[in-house]
Design a protein around this ligand. Sequence first.
Ligand SMILES: Cc1ncc(COP(=O)(O)O)c(C=O)c1O
Length: 369
Amino acid sequence: MKKKNRIPFNRLDYLYHRHEDEYNQAALSALCSGWYILGPELETFEKEFACYIGSSYCVGVNSGLDALTLSLRVLGIGEGDEVIVQANTYIATVLAITENRAIPVFVEPDEFHGIDASKIEAAITSKTKAIMIVHLYGQSCDMEPIVAISKQTGIPLIEDCAQSHGSTYQGKMTGSFGIMGCFSFYPTKNLGAFGDAGAIVTNDAELADKLRTLRNYGSKIKYQNETKGVNSRLDEIQAALLQVRLKYLEEIIAERERIAQSYLAGIDNPAVRLPKIRRGARHTWHLFVVQCDKRVELQAWPEDSGIQTQIHYPIPPHLSKAYSDLGYSKGSFPITERLADTVLSLPLYCGMTSDEINYVINAVNGYRP
Ligand SMILES: Cc1ncc(COP(=O)(O)O)c(C=O)c1O
């Protein structure tokens, strides 16, 4: 029989219960309003989130994947166009590219798990139509050189911020560097909804307007369809709930930072490499990812102590069955592949007690290869 986890990887119910009355009230009020799609709750959330990021506009959509897909579509990127993307990302980033029939051009990551800025220029060709970067695990990519490349070449920069709500680089929020920043509000994210939801932020009024049309069947006025759009709208109930969660986002990040600092101070095992923090970046610890050459053994060890861990991500997109048509094989992106073989995410959730944090630290420190 499977042993019950003493420490699960995540506890989403804790954050709900912490402000239960406010969430219940927000959902009830949306329910009672009789208006469920594209209404005042979404408008309010869009304004509040744009303000939080420091962008002029926010367009709510159905998911982070839709945010990424529509961000490429609105730029007119399609068949045969190339989009530069880091190789070590969640598959959604790559799916957004191929969903538009464009070609992903992979670039290896740096030691902070963001795209290696020094390798971007070599990947640019006459067909490159966008650079899509991913602020993985809650930490910003190296934005100064990346923004410079985008400016010099005129190639638009799109940020995948699905894991980086509130993360900054030199004091500026991720999502506000490129032409568009794409967010997921999947329940496990630092700014998590209670179902699927996502958004795109931008300073470009024309793009925001086009995105609003695209998400709604290509129509601004009912039954007048200007373009071939999709149905991708962030509903009123989720928008109302997200307003509540956004109020507490800074508290949530501060608590995650405290737990991460405890791990960084407490984990001391030569077989386990701790995550590095980029200078000038504020890491928001969506995930706490260590590395170990004997990952299988390390993962089995805390699991025997009832600690649940996860791997983000075990198979890089270029080696997944879904992308066998791209013709890559093992060895195509060795840094990414090595990460896929060695990374391990430790439990980190709001409401974790000091005892639980120490239990994880002691278990990891007790592991011997
Ligand atoms: C880096 C990254 N990009 C995109 C997505 C897609 O977001 P969603 O699940 O809301 O579609 C995720 C979700 O996990 C993600 O981690």
